[in-house]
Write a protein of this length. Structure first.
Length: 268
């Protein structure tokens, strides 16, 4: 399906179309019962929204694709009936019609809630095999892999501690593991606030420190809240579409210690 904007990128590639399984798309059109306003034909294009960043009170577009939306018909039926007349994320509708997401279950982006994760990080790819339901905290953590989020800071580099906001909201710094404390969690600055960023002299040192911090967080969660890693994806069987699995190993692999590349000396 064509996107309303053809200049937004995902994974460094301009996205012009949203991709959906044919059988899932057929079910979606049938339940939608016509076009966005109850007429026919059904959708001719999908709305593409740009990812934005707030700076000094002003939002700036980043040129990347944030989400793909479809407006549900006012005559929609079945699992789409509660969303009549609303603009919904395409991945949400796909999960509903394929029965991976149960009717009435609320996806959200707050601590403790679950949301939809695109395995390849491309919002335009809505194949049901690419969609999973995971905890919001882990979804955000998975997007911030070891090499990302490292920024220059004068003559040093800095990065944000993985899942810092989650522990801050739950006020769990008093009960964190010694490994997390060694990585900077719970440490206070001169102003009395908890330290959120860590500074190192080189980018590589930041990668090593961020990897260690993330692995300490995962070990702590595995020991104290193991069910946080429970996720759901499509099983491949329409009769039993929901398959539960653990996302822990995937996160551990994403935050594996960076390997130093050996440099070969040129012979004179």
């Amino acid at each position: 399906m064509p996107l309303s904007s053809t200049v937004l990128k995902a994974n460094g590639v301009v996205q012009t179309h949203a991709v959906v399984d044919t059988w899932a798309w057929d079910k979606l059109k049938k339940l939608n019962n016509g076009g966005p306003y109850g007429g026919k034909p059904a959708w001719s294009s999908a709305s593409a929204q740009e990812k934005r960043e707030k700076k000094d009170g002003v939002y700036y577009g980043l040129g990347t694709l944030a989400r793909v939306l479809l407006r549900v018909s006012r005559k929609a039926k079945g699992v789409l009936k509660p969303y009549r007349g609303k603009s919904m994320k395409l991945h949400h509708l796909v999960l509903l019609v394929t029965e991976v997401l149960l009717p009435g279950y609320v996806l959200g982006s707050k601590t403790g809630q679950k949301n939809c994760d695109h395995e390849d990080e491309n919002p335009a790819n809505n194949l049901v095999s690419n969609l999973r339901i995971v905890r919001h905290e882990l979804n955000s953590m998975r997007k911030g892999i070891t090499a990302s989020g490292i920024k220059p800071d004068w003559n040093q580099f800095r990065f944000g501690l993985p899942m810092y906001t989650t522990f801050m909201k739950k006020d769990q710094f008093a009960s964190i593991s010694s490994e997390m404390k060694a990585c900077g969690y719970g440490e206070k600055t001169r102003t009395g606030k908890f330290r959120q960023t860590i500074r190192k002299r080189s980018r590589r040192a930041c990668k090593v420190a961020k990897s260690a911090a993330a692995r300490a967080v995962l070990a702590h969660l595995q020991a104290t809240e193991s069910d946080i890693f429970d996720a759901i994806k499509y099983s491949g069987d329409p009769a039993k579409p929901r398959k539960e699995f653990s996302i822990l190993k995937e996160l551990q692999a994403a935050y594996a210690p960076p390997v130093r590349k050996s440099r070969k000396r040129k012979r004179k």
